[in-house]
Design a protein around this ligand. Structure first.
Ligand code: SF4
Length: 163
């Protein structure tokens, strides 16, 4: 009866990132997570129909919430608008979360899909700005608590909820 946890597939080591690699958590972290949670992996960019490897993309003109609302776009460095695929992938991630009853998610930091606190600012210059990626924003709007891999204490050692 472990609680369900939505997790970015690349954090499990699956080679789904734009560069064709994964970004696996450390083995002890993975061990502890699987001991405590039932994991359901997602890769919104793959599920949205993008190939792997694929061109890096950044959000231009806002954050993931703005993309969902049509006020900002996700673009590749060559200028291709991939917003539709990012939004489709986010919706599929939300469907998975709902289907499995996930109230929490562990998503890859700084990604234009999965980042929960910071994203690249849209100039392909390695500079971050505050904001969520498209999937993280959609999950957060639906009350799902999104953590990144640097915030695992919140999942592995949650403080007791006040009554
Ligand atoms: Fe990982 Fe999310 Fe990027 Fe997929 S979309 S590779 S799960 S960070």
């Amino acid at each position: 009866n472990k609680p369900p946890l939505l997790i970015s597939a690349c954090l499990l080591g699956q080679p789904v990132r734009y560069d064709g690699h994964g970004k696996a958590l450390l083995a002890p972290e993975l061990f502890e997570l699987t001991r405590r949670y039932q994991l359901f992996s997602i890769c919104p960019e793959c599920q949205g129909g993008l190939p792997t490897p694929r061109p890096a993309a950044e959000i231009s003109g806002g954050d993931g919430g703005d993309v969902l609302d049509g006020r900002a776009r996700v673009i590749t460095q060559a200028g291709q608008d991939v917003s539709r695929a990012f939004i489709d992938g986010a919706r599929q991630a939300l469907d998975s979360a709902i289907q499995h009853g996930c109230r929490q998610a562990l998503l890859k930091a700084n990604s234009p899909s999965c980042g929960n606190r910071q994203i690249y600012r849209g100039h392909f210059d390695q500079q971050l700005q505050p904001g969520s990626g498209v999937t993280a924003a959609l999950l957060q709007r639906h009350g799902i608590n999104v953590f990144n891999e640097n915030e695992m204490d919140g999942l592995l050692h949650p403080t007791k909820q006040q009554p």
